[in-house]
Design a protein around this ligand. Sequence first.
Ligand code: FE
Length: 223
Amino acid sequence: MNILIFGPNGSGKGTQGDLIRQKYNLAHIESGAIFREHIGGGTELGKKAKAYIDRGDLAPDNITIPMILETLKSKGENGWLLDGFPRNMAQAEKLWKALQKENMSLDCVVEILLPREAAKNRIMGRRLCKKNNNHPNNIFIDAIRPKNDKCRVCGAELSARNDDQDEAAINKRHDIYYNTQNGTLAAACYYKKLADGGRTKYIELNGEGSIDSIRDALLSKLS
Ligand code: FE
């Protein structure tokens, strides 16, 4: 089973991706980790990518896509879940062509849908329990709203992560994600159209529910 997952920052993509990975025993292949592996391991492609990154540029697709394919082949023999790539329309087309060329199937594409404002609130409203990382609190989500500014589960102090409060950085990432002309949503749409041809299953999940309700919907649609 080879799966691609799309979802904006704040949609719970990581959590849901992890459930899919466990269910099918897949290799979770995340785009950032692919770069770290190739660059850290000093592969030929990694060296080329590093030259761009050292100059402050993004590595071009003709280096990134072969790196991804190598990792999918080496680590994803029993199936993979690719997360964080493609980010735009051009990459979506190139990845699809590359998979075809390698005779690799794309069995399923999962898209977590969440309006931009909701995604931003999810990130900016997130609060961390000082005693337990697994106590979810969010000042913008009724179901997990803190109680009297303390953890709703255990009553411990809460804090916000600096990254979560960097509105400019969140907006920048969401500008790319929510761009339906040539950004990530355009890439998702590209695969949705392919799926209409019957080669790939396309699963859309409403990301506005609780983590549990999204998981239940996901598991029932996958099986
Ligand atoms: Fe707590």
